[in-house]
Design a protein around this ligand. Structure first.
Ligand code: NDP
Length: 257
């Protein structure tokens, strides 16, 4: 039934060539959505598009650095003409932290880079998508947040502040845009096996240490995040809006020793 399907829905997923975004693109497309994605690296994007075509998934893509205002505008123009002004789903996934520094060592530029990638981009893309989400008459806007929006991690304060702001943005937009039948939710993953985590300097040590705090005792897979994202886009979740949902194997509820 339509209740558990994304058949014919249009979707934009930012940062879809790797990790969590890649899993979201595939999950949405497998459930019948027509998906557009973006990334900075053209070669990797082209390789993904070929692979999706071979799997018979309906996915297109363009190069876009979501940290850049003009590039965001260009991306949205592309999406607008491709989907004839109607967008059912926007997943603001591109983000992350590319360096690890104590807060006292942050330069103003470090701070604005983290904010540009994780907060400004998602805010502006949501604004740009609004007319199309509204025109679709059944919109779902999803932010990819993090457990770092709730817990302090040893990576500097800016990333957690940006992700915390995303959760609140979801609550505000859920109320502002409810009249347009746009639902807005924040999905907050715990540690997930992606290049973001594996690229960290102390990745192996870190993953071993954090495992002991996760109720399920293991790191998550990108597919374990994309399942929730897909559900939040379906009619089956039509009464869920403004929420921050943790996908973390029980990390944020676990106080067992
Ligand atoms: P990855 O680094 O594995 O993948 C990131 C994807 O986004 C790639 O496709 C990358 O392609 C693209 N991307 C990165 N920067 C930009 C940019 N400026 N503009 C456009 N595309 C970009 O990351 P994850 O999958 O791990 O992270 C995805 C989201 O999940 C992020 O928002 C992150 O904060 C969040 N998250 C991740 C967790 C984890 O444990 N992995 C935990 C909690 C939250 P390219 O490099 O070509 O641009």
């Amino acid at each position: 039934s339509r209740r558990w399907s994304l058949q014919g829905m249009t979707a934009l997923v930012t940062g879809g060539t790797k990790g969590i975004g890649h899993a979201i693109v595939e999950e949405l497309a497998e459930l019948g959505a027509i998906v557009h994605t973006c990334a900075r690296n053209q070669v990797e994007l082209d390789a993904c598009l070929l692979d999706w075509k071979a799997k018979d998934l309906c996915v297109s893509g363009s190069v876009c650095d979501v940290s850049s205002g003009p590039q965001r505008e260009k991306l949205m123009e592309t999406v607008n003409s491709m989907f004839h002004g109607k967008l059912n789903i926007l997943v603001n996934n591109a983000g992350g932290i590319t360096f690890y520094k104590p807060t006292q060592n942050y330069t103003p530029e470090d701070f604005s880079n983290v904010m540009a990638l994780n907060l400004v981009s998602a805010f502006h893309l949501s604004q740009l998508a609004y007319p199309m989400l509204k025109a679709s008459r059944e919109g779902s806007l999803i932010f990819i947040s993090s457990v770092a929006s709730l817990f302090a991690f040893d990576i500097g304060g800016a990333y957690g502040a940006a992700k915390g702001a995303i959760n609140q943005l979801a609550r505000n937009l859920a109320c502002e845009w409810a009249k347009d039948n746009i639902r807005v939710n924040s999905v907050a993953p715990g540690p997930i096996k992606t290049s973001l985590v594996e690229a960290a300097d102390n990745a192996q040590e870190y993953l071993k240490a954090i495992n002991s705090r996760i109720a399920l005792g293991r790191i998550g897979e990108p597919r374990e995040v994309s399942g929730l994202v897909a559900f939040l886009c379906m009619p089956a979740s039509s009464y869920i809006t403004g929420q921050t949902i943790f996908v973390d194997g029980g990390l944020t509820v676990n106080c067992f020793l």
